[in-house]
Design a protein around this ligand. Structure first.
Ligand code: NAD
Length: 464
């Protein structure tokens, strides 16, 4: 079975880049990405490809090449569903903020709405692909809705979790470690659907890197991958605190440990804590699933990864207050970086949000600079926490458009995102512009201690 028309519901950080790459690599397949968010779609269609809504190195060129040829962005969800042979669901699956499972379970509201819309609109057989990260056995719920509310149309449901990392999405999509496709491989129809999706990826990925499994293994593998990655960060972060007490240096420890090939060197960088839309939500999901099966030890084991991450953010902020003579009230604190990591404008669950919220509770005056995040996003992130009235966030947080303004008359500067440009700053000027003693807090182990101390900074870095 050859796929001719693909529809992707959800034009976000996953849907946008994955479909752009599929369209570029498969010029004979029409790919339409749809979303209910009109302004997001308008931005994807902006004449100037530099204005697409998601910043990823290399992405605008790919969109520029494929858009209008076989890559389309639209708000007409029904039409795209109707025309497609294969429908990717790539909508958000946030943690539930209400009701049963609040704060833990995945909110599948958006997924269910997609399923109902597909069932209502489809008039020909469809392969429905879960691209969103979902709890184990969600495919079953999807099947139930599609089979029971549809109009006799036949559906095959596949799980095809996305492993891209923001900031390197294009490279990850071009050259993935593996592509995972879960399907009903024991039936002829299921195997045929799996093969159809394998064929799409085989346009540019070796077949031996395309793994096929049953649906539930595929769903669980995605949660497991994120849990393992986050666990490494929490593991090294837990040791960063011990390093600070003992005189060991966490970077030296990470290097020594990471050179062991059984362990490997990736994801051993200590920091102010992991962020992003996925790690926390996916682990909470895993914890919730384990609990729902009565597996309390399993649940507790994974929950500790989150507890350690929250602790790391809190202790970084508390250390700023303690170092500044136990009060930051009325003091100007400069924040360099708001995105959850470099090379993305995504701020979801960014450590910066929580560190700044803590400092605002201590009545600090905060000034923020990030090269890619818009001011309204920074305020929205703080407002979302609901810690104080929105007007207070605006009164206490100033957002500036260059690093040096952050430093002017600041009592302290904290680096919270590892943007390359912060390495190259004129740090002598930063020092000159600050009040003295000039405190510099490196939440990313980005800066060279000896150089900064030589300039005159009182320098603190995580894990040393
Ligand atoms: N962001 C990542 O790095 C990443 C990596 C791997 C997997 N994932 C998973 O992929 C999924 C999507 O993540 P994302 O970061 O792209 O989210 P996102 O919030 O950036 O994008 C989701 C989009 O879906 C749209 N949407 C929601 N309901 C819709 C509906 N009924 N019809 C049409 N559009 C609808 C929203 O308007 C939004 O634009 C999540 O399950 C996430 O866990 C994310």
């Amino acid at each position: 079975m050859k796929i001719k028309n693909i529809c992707c519901i959800g034009a976000g950080y996953v849907g946008g880049p994955t479909m752009a790459v599929i369209a570029q690599k498969c010029p004979e397949i029409n790919v339409t990405v749809v979303d209910i968010n009109e302004s997001r779609i308008a931005a994807w269609n902006d004449d100037d490809v530099n204005n697409i809504p998601i910043y990823e190195p290399g992405l605008s060129n790919i969109v520029g090449e494929a858009r209008g040829r076989n890559l389309f962005f639209s708000t007409d969800v029904d039409a795209a569903i109707d025309q497609a042979d294969m429908i990717f669901i790539s909508v958000n699956t946030p943690t539930k903020t209400y009701g049963i499972g609040k704060g833990m379970a995945a909110d599948l509201k958006f997924i269910e709405l997609c399923a109902r819309q597909i069932a209502r609109v489809a008039t020909t057989d469809k392969i429905v692909v879960e691209k969103s990260t979902l709890p184990v056995r969600t495919a079953e719920a999807l099947r139930n809705i599609l089979d029971n509310t549809g109009n006799g149309v036949k559906y095959q449901i596949l799980s095809n979790p996305e492993f891209l990392a923001e900031g390197t999405a294009v490279d990850d999509l071009m050259d993935p470690d593996r592509v995972l496709i879960g399907g009903d491989i024991d039936t002829a129809e299921g195997a045929e659907a799996v093969e159809a999706l394998v064929d799409v990826y085989a346009h540019w990925i070796d077949r031996d890197r395309i793994l096929t499994t049953n649906v539930w293994s595929s769903e669980l593998s995605k949660l497991t991958a994120n849990a393992f990655l986050a666990q490494r960060v929490s593991s090294i972060n837990s040791l960063s605190e011990l390093c600070e007490k003992t005189g060991a240096d966490v970077n030296e420890v990470a290097k020594a440990v990471g050179m062991d090939r059984r362990i490997g060197s990736k994801f051993l960088q200590s920091s102010v804590g992991f962020g992003g839309s996925c790690f926390q939500k996916d682990i909470l999901n895993l914890v919730y699933i384990a609990k729902s099966y009565g597996l309390n030890e399993v649940a507790d084991y994974w929950e500790q990864v989150i507890i350690m991450n929250d602790h790391q953010k809190r202790r970084f902020a508390a250390n700023i207050v303690k170092t500044l003579f136990n009060t930051v009230s009325g003091k100007k604190i400069g924040i360099l970086g708001w995105a959850f990591k470099k090379d993305t404008n995504d701020t979801r669950e960014s450590a910066a949000i929580y560190v700044v919220d803590y400092l605002l509770n201590e009545q600090a005056e905060v000034v923020v600079y990030d090269p890619k995040v818009k001011p309204e996003q920074i305020y929205a992130d703080l407002d979302y926490l609901n810690t104080r009235p929105e007007a207070e966030n605006r009164a206490s947080v100033t957002i500036v458009d260059n690093s040096h303004e952050v430093a002017e008359k600041a009592h302290a500067v904290a680096v919270l995102t590892e943007w390359d440009e912060f390495i190259e700053l004129d740090w002598s000027k930063v020092y000159d512009d600050m009040l003295k003693p000039a405190f510099l807090f490196d939440g990313r182990r980005l800066l060279n201690r000896a150089e900064k101390e030589q300039i005159g900074f009182e320098f603190y870095a995580i894990g040393s």
